[in-house]
Design a protein around this ligand. Structure first.
Ligand SMILES: Cc1cc2nc3c(=O)[nH]c(=O)nc-3n(C[C@H](O)[C@H](O)[C@H](O)COP(=O)(O)O)c2cc1C
Length: 180
């Protein structure tokens, strides 16, 4: 039961308890989609917290060929999970190969936990954010003005599937590990 290990806080309380620029800029997170029969995680970094349509929202940048984004498009719900530093090897492992053609979810040394909404995360997490997909945007060069951004984007369109999709999710539930 998730309630034995975690307590729920509101999305607004995330910023009271964590530095959001650390969460999104320095820390790694596992993005997990699916149910306990079939799920997949990848590691991500970057993105942001904010308000979209007056709702607390989290966005991240996912390369278009990630298996995780394919599943997010299908299921439209997912979790972002943050872990204590000692789980960095597991994070890097989730970022080392695709779940499309590997058994990485069976191999990774983490223990799944299901939220009351049926989303999957891990017992070892320190923070779990459940999201409902709102929007996936494919960035277009014509919409970018700074030279730096244009150059970055041009590079991502040079080879097929290297471009990123911007994935916006409404934050529906937030769980923090007891005694944090
Ligand atoms: C430290 C680290 C950060 C990463 N951040 C991102 C990211 O923000 N967006 C992305 O698309 N891929 C990112 N990746 C790469 C994916 O995690 C990796 O390609 C993963 O194997 C994709 O898995 P999937 O195909 O099962 O979804 C990162 C990898 C590492 C090691």
């Amino acid at each position: 039961m998730i309630e034995q290990l975690f307590k729920q806080i509101s999305p607004e309380e995330i910023a009271d308890k964590f530095n959001i620029f650390t969460l999104i800029g320095k820390d790694l997170f596992a993005i997990t989609v699916g149910n306990h029969h079939h799920y997949n995680s990848m590691v991500g970094s970057g993105g942001g917290f904010g308000l979209l349509f007056k709702k607390a929202t989290l966005w991240c940048n996912l390369r278009s060929d990630r298996y995780t984004i394919e599943l997010i498009e299908k299921k439209q719900v997912y979790t972002l999970s943050y872990f204590p530093d000692e789980y960095k090897p597991q994070m890097l492992f989730l970022g080392s190969k695709s779940g499309r053609d590997s058994n990485k979810m069976k191999e990774v040394e983490l223990t799944t936990i299901e939220t009351p909404s049926g989303n999957v995360s891990f017992k070892e997490a320190r923070l779990i954010i459940e999201c409902k997909l709102v929007q996936i945007t494919i960035p277009e060069l014509k919409d970018f003005y700074s030279l730096e951004a244009r150059r970055w984007l041009e590079d991502t369109y040079k080879s097929p599937n290297d471009y990123r999709k911007y994935v916006f999710g409404e934050i529906t539930h937030v769980w923090i590990r007891n005694n944090i």
